[in-house]
Design a protein around this ligand. Structure first.
Ligand SMILES: C[S@@+](CC[C@H](N)C(=O)[O-])C[C@H]1O[C@@H](n2cnc3c(N)ncnc32)[C@H](O)[C@@H]1O
Length: 311
């Protein structure tokens, strides 16, 4: 694997950027079908694993509209630069008030450039929508947010994913995970990364035990190999769904830090789990120094245990 990670222009909660090298070791390389992500989020997993053909789906239409606009050429590095220079200038001149003008406009029109602007200028990079499906995250309070260096960074991220989408066969679809999983055929591989229960819930991320159960039923009925990201344990408790739904499957684990908020003490260590319906140790992937372990499901592993090293 090329270890220079592709960082996508859109950020979302639960983004798997730091877990890519580990995921890489657990993903089958020998499939001829479609790489299917029912919960694409930022798209960082596909944009780094680079399957030939992919179905990237999410129930959040703004994510899908954004990537469809890149795929059609309607949104490009140069249109993003032009837009961010103009709107970033207004943000600075208004001492930040312009953020709320864009937020209101976005909630009326759903414009993809406005979505990018909000995603990169909101508080802590959160993506959160209220019941009326309105984006409701406040401003990060930095009127100079869109410096020319920051704009160039975002433009490069857009150009990078546009270059990938141009040469690959990727379809972006707004649909719920049931429909996406039911489209799978033998030879495909599904990577499911649902919202984690009780974390970051909002209009597009409501997730509870019944969703967990329905997702398990869908995945267990899928006609192909799958990988499911979930959590194994944190310092306080372990994920009972692993024992309930996944005890007959392969479970690999790795410690991971999620950043919620800006402060150091908001970095919560979590043991991340990857459930697969195949044995990852039989894959031909080079393990690249990463260890995977099979853990007793109901015995949480203390963060920092050998074999669960942070990346
Ligand atoms: C944990 S994030 C995925 C993160 C992604 N793998 C990444 O690394 O950026 C979960 C995603 O699932 C989407 N989602 C939530 N409920 C859904 C549903 N019922 N069907 C499809 N997508 C859903 C959310 O909009 C969100 O983008």
């Amino acid at each position: 694997m090329n270890h220079r990670l592709t960082v996508p222009p859109i950020k979302c909660q639960g983004i798997k950027t730091k877990l890519i090298p580990w995921l890489w070791t657990l993903v089958p390389q020998d499939f001829n079908g479609t790489w299917i992500e029912p919960f694409m989020g930022s798209g960082v997993v596909a944009f780094n694993l680079l399957p030939r053909r992919a179905l990237l789906a999410d129930s959040n239409p703004h994510i899908i509209n954004f990537y469809q606009a890149i795929a059609s050429g309607q949104l490009s590095g140069s249109s993003v630069r032009h837009y961010l220079v103009r709107e970033g200038g207004k943000l600075l001149d208004s001492q930040g008030e312009h953020y709320y003008v864009i937020r209101e406009r976005f909630n009326q029109t759903g414009d993809s450039l406005d979505f990018l602007f909000l995603n990169r200028a909101c508080f802590n990079g959160l993506m959160r929508f209220n019941r009326k499906k309105e984006f409701n995250v406040p401003f990060c309070r930095r009127p100079s947010r869109f410096s020319s260096a920051y704009i160039t960074k975002i433009v490069n991220q857009v150009n990078r994913v546009a270059a990938i989408i141009r040469v690959k066969d990727y379809q972006f679809s707004c649909m719920t995970y049931e429909t996406t999983i039911r489209s799978a055929v033998p030879g495909d591989v599904i990577y499911a990364d649902p919202p984690y229960i009780s974390r970051h819930n909002d209009y597009y991320n409501g997730w509870d035990d019944s969703d967990e159960q329905r997702l398990a039923t869908e995945l267990q009925g899928a006609p192909c190999r799958f990988l499911l990201s979930t959590w194994h344990s944190n310092s306080f408790r372990s994920n009972s769904c692993l024992g309930m739904f996944w005890s007959q499957y392969h479970i690999s684990t790795r410690e991971h830090f999620y950043h919620v908020g800006a402060r150091e003490n908001n970095r919560h260590p979590m043991v991340e789990a990857l459930v697969t319906n195949y044995d990852p140790s039989e894959l031909s992937t080079e393990l690249d120094g990463c260890e995977t372990t099979q853990l007793g499901l109901l015995h949480p592993v203390a963060p920092g245990t050998p074999g669960n090293n942070p990346l």
